[in-house]
Design a protein. Sequence first.
Length: 246
Amino acid sequence: MCGVPAAAADAQGGTSKPVSRVTSRADLESAAAELDQLAASTAYSDRTRARARSQASSLRTRLTDGDFRAGDRILIVIEGQLAVNDTLAVLEGLRLPVPGFRAVSLAGVLRSELEAKLRTELTDVVRNATVTARPLVRLAVFGAVGRPGYVSVPAETTLDELVMLAGGPSPVAAADKMKLTRADTLLAGPATTRRALSEGTTVGALDLTDGDVLVVPLGGAPWDRNAFIQITGFLLGVVTLLLIRR
């Protein structure tokens, strides 16, 4: 397998460098080139090569079009002559309307390039501006929580914080059976999700993307029918025993 990219070591295809939401342009270009090598190699199946071609095409689309879409939300903090601390939505045409400034085009901009892009735009007008920009991930928390639905959170948000933002688990939640899904695909089963919760793993480290779902299933209610029958039977047995002894 000499000369074949390291990515090909996985029969499912992929890249040797992790490709995440915040991967740099250089690393994305490197990953696409590696996938091109894999697709051109005869050492692997047609299925693996086809998948590599598809992945390379997706990466090149990302490199050209950028990561942002209309409706994406970004937490912006600007300190200096222009002060901004707000969550802004990307408009149609991939324009980000910065208060007190002009709209900044995010066409072709990667998440990893966002802060540098804003800083470059601002320093043309605002001197010594300090810029912090964090793209938010729109995730869903469904099931046995106080406020099921969608929330937009920074990548540094941990899973337990995500649950609390959705109102926390309800008294009948099966907290040990939580799972992460993407459309019809299981991203992490209960065991993996429990470990991520206990270790304080962030949504960024889990590489969750817009639309992913944390499912909090219902557990048995504290006084469900089966429990009621069991407890009633036990109490009847105790009363019967006491009557016999009398």
